[in-house]
Write a protein that binds this ligand. Structure first.
Ligand code: RBF
Length: 212
């Protein structure tokens, strides 16, 4: 009974974090120095906060429900490729960062976790885009991969093929996204974390009061 009540408490928090992430994702913007299919937003922030508070798996769960809500309420403009990309790539950022932060919950380790998360996310995102995302995206719209590469060439004339698109545009995009989300997380986690943990503490206390 006690365990299930605490579980419910955690589930409610995860649901709230996923809802916040979804709302933040609605404010995604396109950065003119990157191709228009790449969108930046702060929706990884609630997932990172959840992952730091509860663990890497919980961070991935928040990323999943964020994208599910996004598809249900806003629909997809990318034949789901974008939302699936967002889920896997955001999941990599939050799980790697939380795995490292959870070894030793210090500010220094949070910084190391976020830097590692950003590096792992950017490298794996590069590979995912090269081998899966860009080819599948092109196929879904019946366009050749060169048409997607062309979106990058318009911005940077050094982009000539898929590998230069990945190296000069997609990897830097992920580094920028990781950097922005990391800075905001470091700025707010200290003040948000007690709220997440305090509620759990209060519910344990009120449970004890009621049942003693
Ligand atoms: N989002 C990322 O955070 N990193 C990526 O590398 C990335 N690659 C994408 C590649 C394709 C072909 C598409 C369509 C989307 C990609 N996205 C990526 C997701 C995108 O930025 C946005 O979050 C989603 O499309 C939801 O609007």
């Amino acid at each position: 009974m006690k365990t299930s009540k605490l579980n419910l408490n955690k589930q409610i928090k995860l649901a709230l974090l996923a809802a916040m992430a979804f709302l933040l994702m609605l404010f995604e913007i396109q950065v003119p120095i990157f191709p228009s299919f790449l969108k930046i937003d702060l929706s990884d922030l609630p997932a990172l906060i959840g992952a730091f508070a509860f663990g890497p798996v919980e961070g991935i769960i928040i990323e999943f429900f964020k994208n599910l809500l996004f598809v249900v309420f806003k629909g997809t403009q990318t034949a789901l490729v974008g939302e699936i990309a967002n889920f896997f790539i955001g999941g990599l950022l939050v799980s790697t960062s939380a795995l490292i932060y959870n070894i030793n919950k210090t500010r220094k380790n949070a910084i190391i976790g976020l830097i590692s998360g950003t590096i792992v996310m950017s490298l794996v995102a590069g590979l995912l885009n090269y081998f899966v995302l860009v080819p599948v995206y092109a196929k879904a719209f019946g366009a050749p991969v060169s048409a997607i590469v062309g979106m990058g060439s318009k911005i940077n004339s050094n982009i000539k093929d898929l590998s230069s698109l990945v190296i000069l545009s997609i990897v830097p995009f992920n580094i920028l996204k990781g950097f922005v989300v990391s800075i905001v997380t470091l700025g707010i986690y200290k003040s948000v974390s007690p709220i997440i943990h305090k509620e759990a503490f209060m519910s344990k206390q009120s449970f004890a009061k009621k049942h003693m």
